[in-house]
Design a binder for this molecule. Structure first.
Ligand SMILES: [Zn+2]
Length: 426
């Protein structure tokens, strides 16, 4: 090594990371080129075993808690310092992709290998851990593993959970050698710190964007500021069913007229009532009575509105105003119903700045953005300062075998993560 330079720990080994992504993708691989690896499935168990082997090979610690969260550990030189956490998940949606979640865990593993290989001067003083959270994708419930670490679960709440095929959670836990009772005793981060088992100083999650924003902007890195707030609802326009042949046009109360005007107006609502990240979608329509020769009496439209934390009520007000105007213009009634809002989460601004600074140090282009999808980070943010790093998704595709990101961009993301971990842990 030339004098005056650091050890090889400066950057991650992209080929090793790429090989790991390919290898992990074989567990639960589908004919269509995707991955089907729900939590506690045989494929998930095999993937955990493979991950434990990689850790043993690299001299890193590996353990699993009673709810199935996996922890990869590189001990720091100062045992009194709070731990630094990164990670994501290795479970997938049915026929999902190879990168969603897996990239964050494997890049974390690669960062720990890189840090472990550094000269003593560059070894972190804080312990760094990679967490693979159980059931991020909600086979039993959303964020089962991270909620155990942040909120804790009761025996009753866990007993009520069943998988997509109706399987009780207890059966899934039995496959990892655990039980509902043991899972309910997984200590929260706060409880563990109180019991002297080490506090967690910060959490940073590296993830694919799962949308087209970074690719369209030609940027390397997204610095996530917020995780989206979501409002679901329905609007139903109410007219009158009449004979399609005998009812003159001017005497009809046709629900499709107001609904049509509403659909034309809906795309303007985010711009008028939301932040630049706001979106509004109608993904399902249904009509009653639903026959070719009957004027539509009821037309029901699904609503999905999203914005950064705190932004949904304003979008809902905009939708309500639009619905009122459309039904009044056509002499109809309407009914607007909203489910409870899934709150958005603002991530830690200091963590965001650390991610942006890390990207600057390695010459990666970046911008701040809202995550349109949910992540374990939104749960972790309730307990510890949390940041998220996005890399571009090819054509914005995700939750599908088409999920892809170039190795060059995965490498940039992993190196930004490495810089952030070094910054937090040194
Ligand atoms: Zn994910």
């Amino acid at each position: 090594m030339p004098a005056g330079t650091r050890s090889s720990a400066e950057r991650v080994n992209a080929e090793r990371l790429s090989a790991d992504i390919t290898a992990l993708g074989r567990f639960g691989a589908t004919d269509r080129g995707g991955v089907n690896r729900p939590v506690y499935s045989p494929a998930d168990l095999a993937a955990r075993g493979w991950l434990a082997d990689r850790c043993a090979e690299a001299g890193l610690g590996f353990r699993t808690d009673a709810i199935g969260n996996c922890f990869i550990t590189l001990p720091g030189s100062d045992p009194n310092r709070a731990r630094v956490w990164t990670g994501s998940h290795i479970d997938t949606v049915p026929d999902g992709g190879r990168l969603d979640g897996a990239f964050g865990v494997l890049a974390g593993l690669e960062c720990l290998r890189t840090l472990a290989a550094a000269d003593d001067d560059f070894r972190p003083s804080a312990t760094v851990e990679v967490v693979a959270f159980a059931d991020e994708e909600g086979a039993y419930a959303s964020f089962v593993g991270s909620r155990a670490l942040v909120d804790g679960w009761t025996v009753d709440a866990l007993s009520a959970l069943t998988g997509r095929d109706g399987e009780p959670l207890a059966d899934g836990l039995a496959r990892i050698g655990s039980s509902i009772e043991a899972a309910a005793e997984v200590p929260t981060i706060t409880a563990a710190a109180g019991a002297g088992r080490g506090a967690v100083a910060a959490f940073v999650e590296l993830h694919i964007e799962q949308g087209p924003v970074l690719e369209n902007a030609g940027l390397d890195i997204g610095v996530v500021t917020d995780i989206v707030e979501v409002g679901h609802g329905t609007v139903t326009f109410l007219g009158q069913a009449d004979h399609a042949g005998t009812t003159p046009m001017e005497l009809r109360r046709d629900a499709t007229r107001a609904a049509g005007a509403f659909l034309v107006g809906l795309p303007s609502v985010p711009a008028e009532h939301g932040s630049p990240a706001a979106v509004a979608t109608c993904g399902m329509v249904s009509v009653e009575p639903g026959a070719a020769n009957i004027v539509v009496e009821e037309m029901r439209l699904s609503l999905d509105v999203r914005d950064r934390a705190g932004g949904v009520p304003s979008l809902q007000a905009g939708v309500a105003d639009l619905a009122r105007r459309c039904s009044a213009d056509h002499g109809l009634d309407h009914r607007l119903e909203w489910d409870s809002v899934t709150p958005g989460v603002a991530l830690d601004p200091d963590m965001g700045q650390r991610v942006a600074d890390a990207a600057d140090r390695i010459g990666a282009s970046h911008h701040r953005m809202v995550s349109g999808a949910g992540h374990d980070s939104q749960v972790m943010a309730r307990a510890v300062p949390t940041g998220m790093i996005f890399v571009p998704s090819e054509n914005g595709r995700s939750h599908s075998p088409a999920e892809s990101t170039s190795l060059a961009q995965l490498e940039i993301g992993a190196n930004v993560l490495l810089e952030v971990l070094r910054d937090l842990a040194s």
